[in-house]
Design a protein around this ligand. Structure first.
Ligand code: ZN
Length: 373
């Protein structure tokens, strides 16, 4: 399945963008030469060259190298989130004599920075490290936590086994800033406790429970959410983003946009920590974050679906989805980075490819060249 789909993408479109890019560049040079020869102001030519530069977008987040400010938010007594201007969020919940950490960051070096912040509030040992899904930038810092138990959904464990190595290479090339300290990663992160539907952790004393649940396929095949019923706080992982673009390259768009988000909404959380972006507080803000996520998916499905149904090309679908999403979402973190991978996976999904094709560093570059250059 993987080889076939790769072949289809590469064979159908591989050479076209390079060819077209060269022709356009030649045109720009011709225009510039023509204007220069007429001794006119160079503004038209400059605009043309500027357009060329904008069209050659840096691969994924490879040019996003400025540090983001990290904010430790205390959401309730003993309940924490570290958000970072659109970088992946992490969290922690205090039990009576232990800690549950949520998400592990991309590397042990990065995770130790988070743990230093957390240690200003509590010195309890980490009993559980909970991983919302398998993506490298959320799991490969796990060794820094020295957790007794690493918890994930059973599908996440299977995905680590199936595609963890490839995902590691893919994500670290897409997001080199997050991969700071990459040499400190000892290897893949393996969950030591998995579940299929629900797992409840008794926090002890009068702290209540932390409930881990599977809401269906969404951002990946194995996303879990962490719910504090007493405090009505939900860690939603990448199933919900708050003013950050969605990555759907490993997603099940139609299920995510319908039954899965319905289940996330049904918690009626008062505070929601999404995968990226600030924590949202209050019912209205939580609902807005969920519905914004659903809207992004709905527009993507509608626009890509229309091109797919009309027999258009993947590039047509990308251009149409970009035009429809850009006015509302274009300024949000990782929008340009994500969209080629998002459209590519949705195209497959609409073509009947049941499970996402594995992203490799090489396939990333092919799809990027085809759609975003
Ligand atoms: Zn993810």
């Amino acid at each position: 399945m993987i080889g076939g789909a790769l072949g289809r993408v590469g064979g159908g479109f591989g050479l076209f963008p390079t060819h077209r890019g060269r022709i356009t560049l030649d045109s720009a040079q011709v225009v510039k030469a023509f204007i220069t020869s007429l001794d006119l102001e160079g503004s038209v030519a400059q605009q043309n060259v500027a357009g060329q530069n904008a069209a050659r977008k840096a691969f994924a987040s490879s040019a996003d190298l400025d540090d983001k400010e990290q904010t430790l938010e205390v959401l309730a007594d003993g309940v924490y989130a570290l958000t970072a201007e659109g970088d992946p969020n992490v969290g922690a919940v205090e039990g009576e004599d232990f800690l549950v950490c949520f998400e592990a960051m991309a590397t042990p070096v990065a995770a130790r920075g988070w743990l230093r912040r957390l240690r200003e509030h509590t010195d309890k040992p980490v009993r559980y490290l909970v991983l919302s899904h398998y993506h490298a930038v959320r799991v490969l810092g796990a060794s820094a936590f020295d957790a007794d138990v690493v918890v994930a959904h059973e599908n996440t464990r299977a995905l680590v086994a199936e595609r963890g190595e490839q995902d590691w290479a893919s994500e670290f090339a897409r997001m080199p800033r997050l991969a700071t300290g990459a040499e400190s990663v000892p290897g893949l992160t393996w969950p030591t406790l998995t579940f299929s539907d629900r797992l409840t952790i008794d926090l002890g004393g009068d702290r209540g429970d932390l409930v881990l649940e599977y809401c269906g396929r969404g951002h990946t095949e194995g996303d879990l959410v962490a719910w504090l019923p007493k405090q009505r706080i939900l860690y939603a992982g990448d199933l919900v983003e708050s003013e950050a673009a969605l990555y759907t390259g490993d997603a099940f768009h139609r299920e995510w946009a319908s039954s899965t988000l319905d289940r996330v909404a049904a918690y009626e959380a008062e505070v929601l920590v999404g995968g990226r972006g600030a924590a949202t507080r209050g019912r209205a803000a939580v609902t807005a974050a969920i519905e914004q996520t659903r809207d992004f998916l709905a527009v993507l499905i509608r626009e890509v679906g229309a091109v797919h149904e009309a027999g258009g090309t993947l590039k047509d679908a990308f251009d149409r989805a970009h035009a429809a999403l850009e006015p509302r979402y274009g300024r949000w973190p990782i929008f340009e980075h994500c969209l080629p991978f998002d459209v590519s996976r949705l195209w497959d999904e609409l073509s009947g490819v049941e499970r996402p094709v594995i992203w490799t560093a090489e396939r990333d570059r092919e799809v990027w060249a085809q759609l975003q250059s």
